[in-house]
Each structure stands twice: as C-alpha cells, then as structure tokens.
Design a protein around this ligand. Structure first.
Ligand code: 5RP
Length: 231
C-alpha cells in the first residue's frame, strides 16, 4: 500500500464512527482531506451530517465536494472530530500542527465528545518529539516570544532549535488567524504535560501542538491493514 492509500484506508475506517444527524469536526491535512472526500460520498448517498472545518483549506475542500458546513458557534457542541496527527505516543498524546491549523483543530477537538485520530504507522512513536512541535505565536513580539519559549523549554528539561516556519513563497508562514508558527525541534519531549503547562503561560503563545487527553481512538493504517486503538 502506498502512503496515500494508507491515509485513505484510515479515513475510510473512521466513517464507521459517523452516525446520521451528527455534528462533525473536520480536521486538516492530507489524511483528514481523505475523510472529507469519503464523507462527501456518504452525504451524496443521503447521510445527514454537518461539519465544522478546522481550516480554510478544509472549508474549501468540503464546499467543493459537498459536505454541508456550519460554524462552531452555531451548534451546541460537536459529536465527533476526525483529524490526523503528526505523531502519537502510547498514551494517545499527539503532536499536531504540521499543516499550521493547530489552533482551530484544538478548539474543535475540545468542543467534541469524541476525537478519532486517523494516522498511518509512520506516525507512531514511543515518545513525542522527533516531529518538530508547532507553536502558534502572535506576530507582534514574535522574536521575544521565541526567546520565552526557549527559556520555558529549558526550565522543563527540553532543548533544541526553534525556527519560524517559512511560507512556501518566502517570508514567515501565517496561520488562518494571521499568526506565526515556531517549530521546536526537541527530538524527544520527556514531559509533554510540563512543557504544555509552561508554554500556555507565555503571553505571546496562542496555542501549541501538544494535544494531551483529546484522542480516545487512534486508527493506524499499516502495510498489513488497519488497527484501531481505543483508550
Ligand atoms: C494540521 C495537522 C495534521 O493533522 C497533521 O499535520 C497530519 O497531516 P497529514 O495527514 O497530512 O500527515 O495537524 O495542522
């Protein structure tokens, strides 16, 4: 199976969690995009659901393929969010934000009764951190915030290169909220909770890509098929 076929297979397996009438959080990234496309086929066949997109990219795709959308403020909570991840550990802690959508992804996951993460075997790690941790920061004072992140990381026993994410066309990448992203290459995150607690106390940090305690199911596509891991 190709990498893309594995992403599609994980997304297809997540459809089992979808029931008529559900309000769904729609994740961002190439795996989540497969979920949106496959969900659209069900919608065309008559499934009645509504989605809240976690990025402008997902909103655009959902409109193109015909998944009805609403806003988070228009519904009283979501039944289910299906989203990808950059890494997951045995406790279902995640690194997210490789696509730069971590803020909306976390707001949507936090407002969902259940989060199903769709991944492939390349995302499984014993300990988070090989994938650089995305940290969304305000553009104002971004360099001062980066220094504060380095200090918070040091205090919690983490160290590594911190770089502003570059936009494909040059300059700094900006999120859907107009913020910057610092990618923190810690290699190993020994204490995700301590690091998360320290990061949220920094004024210029809007959100970070450590998702602790959100996922209840992880679907892992591998060359031998699909595995479903439940908490
Ligand atoms: C976007 C994300 C994505 O879920 C994550 O980057 C995984 O993406 P992909 O499915 O393309 O590997 O967090 O902000």
């Amino acid at each position: 199976m190709s990498a893309d076929a594995m992403k599609r297979a994980a997304a297809a397996a997540a459809l089992d969690f979808v029931e008529p009438g559900m309000r769904l959080g729609l994740g961002t990234g190439s795996t989540a995009a497969w979920f949106v496309r496959l969900l659209a086929e069900k919608v065309t066949a008559g499934l009645d659901v509504v989605g809240v997109p976690t990025s402008e990219a997902t909103a655009t795709l959902a409109r193109e393929v015909g998944v009805p959308l609403t806003s988070l403020d228009a519904v009283a909570g979501l039944d289910l969010t299906v989203d990808g991840a950059d890494e997951f550990d045995p406790d279902f802690n995640l690194i997210k934000g490789g696509g730069g959508a971590l803020l909306r992804e976390k707001i949507v996951a936090a407002d969902s009764r259940r989060m199903v993460v769709i991944t492939d075997e390349s995302k499984a790690v014993a300990r988070l951190g090989a994938f650089p941790l995305p940290i969304e920061v305000t553009s104002f004072g971004a360099v001062a915030t980066l220094r504060a992140i380095a200090e918070a990381a040091r205090r919690t026993g983490h160290a590594g290169a911190l770089t502003f994410r570059a936009a494909p066309g040059g300059g700094r990448f900006t999120t859907d909220q107009g913020n910057a992203i610092v990618d923190a290459s810690f290699r190993q995150i020994s204490d995700p909770q301590a690091l998360a607690d320290a990061l949220v106390r920094i004024p210029g940090v809007v959100e970070h890509g450590l998702f602790i305690g959100y996922a209840s199911t992880v679907i892992v596509a591998g060359r031998d098929g699909i595995r479903r891991l439940d908490k």
